[in-house]
Design a protein around this ligand. Sequence first.
Ligand code: CA
Length: 369
Amino acid sequence: MANRVAAATDGKFEIRVFAAGEIVPGLQVLDAVQGGTVECGHSASYYYIGKDATFAFDTALPFGLNARQQNAWMYHGGGIELLRELFASYGIVQFPAGNTGVQMGGWFRKEINSVADLDGLKFRIGGFAGKVLTKLGVVPQQIASGEIYPALEKGIIDAAEWVGPYDDEKLGFHKIAQYYYPGWWEGVPQLSVYVNAVQWESLPRSYQAIFQAACAEANVDMVAKYDALNMPALRRLVAGGTQLKPYSKEILDACYAAANELYDETAAENANFKKVYEAWKPFRDTSPCGSALPKTPSTTSCWASRRRRPDAYWISIAWGATSIAGSSIWIEAGSTVVPWSSRPVTSSGQTITIATMMSCRPTQGTAPQ
Ligand code: CA
């Protein structure tokens, strides 16, 4: 993004980039921009839910949007405008500028089958999901990236989520935890650029336009890169012995209920959250999930989500797939299809059958509603 802005202005508009910790710690970016220590910063807004839970909408909420839905909501569904009201009270103008796509659910040293298995589990997990899981007995841990591996290896924590196959493989979690689960808590981790509002107003209009375009480019480029890199990484992990598992229906039911309970509780005590939630929730519940087919799960994500119908589970597991056209989704491990789970997804009794995840192909039937 900094390179693009410099190139588009013949080097006249220079953005100097500093890594986390060089000027301020990584989790103090918002404070640094607000206070004018830096003019601009790049961060995930859910790191600031301690200041206001509403910041989570700028990144991701459990059972929330996927990347395509997030962009639809932000750019054309009123999302940016709503969140700008929140950021304005911190003296900041924010821009979507990056997205990891859906993240995995985590690495576990023991298989997790029931809600009882979550009780007392020490789980490194970021964002709002930790609050949801607290309701189910999990002890969430906030641990920086470089410290996750030793904590998991030494048994200080029992499980850890980070990002997805590409990033997780680099950190080596597969060497010390065997079980890997698709997630439901971070369908869309969007990253944002924060600009100090006073500094923003002082920029020439042409620089503002170039800056805004560079943010939008970064927003598209990052998720494209992850979508391209995650599938080969996942293939390597599974080929190397990683056991890919789904969360059980019991766990998803409990997590979904706990998430909604938490949202209602938060809305009752936080007017900012209530205002955004009441706009965001109907958008989530009525928008297509990102594929060419209405109400079909995203095809560029690995995403387990219980939708608004109480009897309908959508398990979308499809890194590298181009479409999911049927009521059954088969996930193949190489050329061998090994179904290990089958569950009803709609009131009409259609099923999704999942085997070890490697690729996805459509089968006959109608899409889950
Ligand atoms: Ca994460």
